[in-house]
Design a binder for this molecule. Structure first.
Ligand code: CAA
Length: 378
């Protein structure tokens, strides 16, 4: 297996790195103050970042999945908030339409999403259906040429600012998860109510809201795929979604390692840089080894996805390992910084807060273990 990147992929990395350092880094503080980065997202659209793996004819950048994962990885080194906005928008906000939509749906929505004119959201989780997503209670009842949808969703990333929502509702509750159907719902649809905005430990610039559907009327033409296909649409797109979150976690881990290494070389105690102590240098060695392992898993999963192979196991492995690497690297980075690491003067406390959610969303790491072990044992 050759894990070297192509010239095109390296160009993507350099472009995103420059953009993140010049245009995103100065906005970290405003995002930490819970300002949604609308202007940056607009710029990302201009740079082709909101539809990296979408073809040029469909309004995207026409690049491969690895380039897309590189974009999330690089962006997340500077801002994990933008990493999740981009990953959710693309993997689970755009791809369900691209892969399962009718020609009319693809032609209408994908160019708008891929160019960044529209922002996408994915609405699966409910108050009583998190890990057990198949037990969702939102109902869609067919009436003539439309559906009436009632129910509620929680933890919807991008929710307050999204233009399109991929909504999962059950059209045939007796069939359990085989009754779940997907719909494309537009912002402003009567009956779509944006609810409470969550106050989160980290990712302060990202929007996380609950949604309520109060007799929301959705035309049959907005149904995505056939009735009953919804759960498969959700899980299939969570595969690339999980690789995206793994790349976000990898970016946080790399940023933590870089910060800790730089600080350990500069900070002097007992008359020498603290990096000269094995207690510190071995921490860096452990962090670097885990980061390298996470990188291999993330890009292995991305290249298999690119090749059209079943990547549910690889995506889960990448997310599980990269997210735990991010949490551990952030904890150790704070430790290397000592008292300063606990202050907002240095970014490591932000990495610490941002890292934790990567072990939870798009399937907890316990659920990733379910996916991995089922594949092993089938
Ligand atoms: N890819 C493709 N198909 C898959 C799949 C995958 N990763 N996992 C399962 N499927 C298929 C199964 O093969 C099965 O198909 P058949 O009926 O033909 O056999 C079907 O989907 C149903 O699967 P299960 O019978 O295994 O369903 P289950 O109810 O036992 O649940 C689960 C399986 C893996 C636990 C699943 O419920 C799950 O992944 N839960 C976690 C939910 C999740 O990740 N939520 C994330 C919310 S989105 C989010 O967080 C976004 C954000 O804002 C950041």
């Amino acid at each position: 297996m050759d894990l070297r990147f192509t010239d095109e992929q390296e160009m993507m990395r350099k472009m995103v790195r420059d953009f993140a350092q010049k245009e995103v880094a100065p906005r970290i503080e405003s995002m930490e103050n819970e300002e949604f980065p609308t202007e940056i997202i607009k710029r990302m659209g201009e740079l082709g970042l909101m539809g990296v793996p979408v073809s040029e004819e469909q309004g995207g950048a026409g690049m491969d999945y690895t380039s897309y994962i590189i974009a999330i990885n690089e962006l997340s080194k500077v801002s994990a908030t933008l990493g999740v906005i981009l990953s959710v928008h693309t993997s689970v906000g755009t791809f369900p339409i691209l892969k399962f939509g009718t020609k009319e749906q693809v032609d209408h929505y994908v160019p708008k999403l891929a160019s960044g004119e529209y922002l996408g959201a994915f609405c699966l989780t409910e108050p009583g259906a998190g890990s057990d997503a198949g037990s969702l209670k939102t109902k869609a009842k067919k009436e003539g040429d439309h559906y009436i949808i009632n129910g509620s969703k929680v933890f919807i990333t991008n929710g307050e600012y999204a233009d399109t929502f991929i909504v999962f509702a059950n059209t045939n509750p007796e069939q359990g998860n085989k009754g779940i159907t997907a719909f494309i719902v537009e912002k402003g649809t009567p009956g779509l109510e944006i609810g409470k905005s969550e106050k989160k430990m980290g990712l302060h610039g990202s929007s996380t809201v609950s949604l309520n559907f109060d007799s929301m009327k959705v035309s049959e033409s907005q149904r995505l795929g056939e009735e009953g296909e919804g759960f498969k649409i959700a899980l299939a797109n969570l595969n690339i979604g999980r690789i995206g979150i793994a790349a976000q976690a990898l970016g946080i881990a790399e940023a933590a390692l870089d910060a800790a290494t730089g600080y350990a070389k500069e900070r002097e105690q007992f008359g020498k840089p603290i990096a000269k102590n094995q207690g510190v240098s071995f921490k860096l060695a452990d962090m670097a080894t885990a980061v390298e392992g996470a990188k291999l898993l993330v890009y292995n999963a991305a290249s298999k996805y690119q090749a059209g192979l079943d990547t549910s196991k690889e995506a889960s492995m990448a997310k599980k390992y990269a997210s735990t690497t991010a949490v551990n690297a952030a904890i150790e980075a704070v430790q290397v910084f000592g008292g300063y690491g606990y202050t907002e003067d240095y970014p490591v406390e932000r990495y610490f807060r941002d890292a934790k959610i990567t072990q939870i969303y798009e399937g907890t790491n316990e659920i990733q273990n379910v996916v991995i072990s089922r594949q092993l044992l089938k």
